[in-house]
Write a protein that binds this ligand. Sequence first.
Ligand code: SF4
Length: 178
Amino acid sequence: MHYHQYYPIDVVNGPGTRATLFVSGCEHQCRGCYNQSTWRLDSGHPFDPALADRIIADLNNPRIKRRGLSLSGGDPLHPANLAEVATLVARVRAECPGKDIWCWTGYRLEELSDAQWQLVEQLDVLVDGRFEQALADPALRWRGSHNQRIIQCPRRQACGGSRDQATLTASHKESVSC
Ligand code: SF4
């Protein structure tokens, strides 16, 4: 996996003070994308164990308290990114208790593959869907266009983590805010 940027302190991408990783690789090609330089999988820099270690250390740094990790891009759920993103997510779960994980993807929840779903089940919040220029609204918080949804992920849902139920929840409520 490659990444474009790592911001150890970020107050824009998700609630509170966070660490944010922008990975490389996106196949959605949304018109009006503000991050086209991230589309190629091999753009940016190689994501290596040292950066993973740094992210874990930043999240656990008591001097600058972060609420959690944000994963954006590019697309963290691009099939080529899944394995390494899943490994990072698993490390945050195991080594950073109490930290939340937000993820932005161009896929809609309903179209996720089984492999993507396995990762999504480990997240706290998924912001889903392509950026649609016709539905863009700069007043929206944490999403660019009205079709995108802020979805509390199954591990936090009262539905108990069922894929079908989570899809149903997202379909019935255009935005599930947190
Ligand atoms: S999903 Fe995001 S990064 Fe990918 S093309 Fe759309 S706006 Fe750009």
